[in-house]
Write a protein that binds this ligand. Structure first.
Ligand code: SF4
Length: 331
């Protein structure tokens, strides 16, 4: 094993955070964790992880569930395409009769990219594939003092080769988790804690004093600001809502409040809430207005409070109703 690998693994064994997906080698539990962690912070994933696995402890359990139920157990985690892909993966694993045990087969599951495949292959099956996520790219850039642009595929490939050269082939899963843990808890984006770092002696950026300048990322998506008005239309305690039924849409299967432009014939009332919502570089400002309609518009349904508890309601709709409650409480 490389000296970096040895120091990193020794530190990880002594100091890592105790997280539920680190207490298992079950590939299903690891896959669920990695998919949940793809765009969501550890603290936000924790309450969902155990609840999701309590309901879907095996791929077969998720494969047999309705898409509505799968989405309802994911509601609040965001990026719902992940839940749909996970269910497709569960169906494929369930149909095959066993979880795939080689990298290419894991990589071939819906919603699984190089990073997730390497994590599952190394942690569950001990296969020697380095994981390369944002944390790892940062750590590699700093230890190597490499100013390559991590937005470019060639830099990411080079960094993956470097991480692979440090890999502990006798226990690649622990090594990979150690490298990610270092990026998540010590080698932080703005303020790397070099004094506590177990690989400080090997770090070229620390020696050169360039750690704050790395990694270099040149292409950044420009922030976009968007505004929308949602309508809160109530009848006998039920709310008028619609279900996203376009499989290409991120919120496929979820129930939404109507957008103003969907119901030009609705008669708008007063402003009852405002909130902001950000998805990657899109910054939305939503206004919520009361409104009335003469007839139930085509494609819409009246959902009672009980139905809204059971059916998957989108994050935006839930945020809108929360904003309305807060406005009402203030007035
Ligand atoms: S010494 Fe500092 S910059 Fe280098 S890997 Fe450790 S925390 Fe990161």
């Amino acid at each position: 094993m490389s000296e970096i690998g040895r120091d990193l693994v020794a530190w990880y064994r002594a100091a890592h955070r105790d997280l539920p997906w680190r207490r298992t080698r079950d590939p299903w539990r690891i896959l669920v964790a990695e998919i949940m962690l793809q765009q969501t912070r550890v603290q936000a994933v924790l309450p969902y992880y155990e609840r999701f696995l309590a309901r879907f402890p095996t791929p077969a359990a998720l494969a047999e569930a309705s898409p509505q139920e799968a989405l309802a157990h994911w509601a609040g985690l965001g990026y719902y395409g992940r839940a749909r892909h996970l269910q497709k993966a569960a169906r494929r694993i369930s149909a095959a009769g066993a979880f795939p045990a080689d990298f290419d087969a894991i990589r071939g599951l819906p919603g699984v990219g190089d990073y997730t495949a390497a994590a599952v292959a190394s942690i569950a099956f001990g296969l020697p594939y380095p994981v390369v996520d944002g944390n790892v790219l940062r750590v590699v850039a700093r230890i190597s003092n490499d100013p390559g642009d991590i937005a470019s595929a060639s830099t990411r490939k080079r960094f993956a080769t470097v991480a692979g050269s440090w890999l502990d082939v006798s226990d690649p899963g622990t090594f990979n988790q150690a490298l990610m843990e270092l990026g998540a808890t010590v080698c932080l984006p703005r303020e790397p804690n070099c004094l506590l770092c177990p690989v400080a002696a090997h770090c070229a950026a620390r020696a050169a004093g360039t750690q704050q300048e790395l990694p270099v990322k040149l292409r950044r998506a420009r922030a976009e600001r968007l505004e929308h008005t949602l309508l809160r239309i109530e009848r006998n305690g039920a709310l008028l809502m619609w279900q996203q039924n376009d499989p290409a849409q991120r919120m496929y299967g979820f129930w939404e409040l109507p957008y103003r432009e969907q119901l030009p014939a609705a008669r708008p009332g007063r402003l009852v809430g405002e909130f902001r919502h950000t998805i990657t570089h899109h910054h939305y400002r939503f206004r919520v207005m009361t409104a009335t309609v003469r007839e139930t518009p085509e494609g819409f349904r009246w959902l009672t409070p009980e139905e809204r508890q059971i059916l998957p309601v989108s994050t935006i709709a839930r945020k809108a109703l929360g904003a309305v409650r807060r406005t009402a409480a203030r007035s």
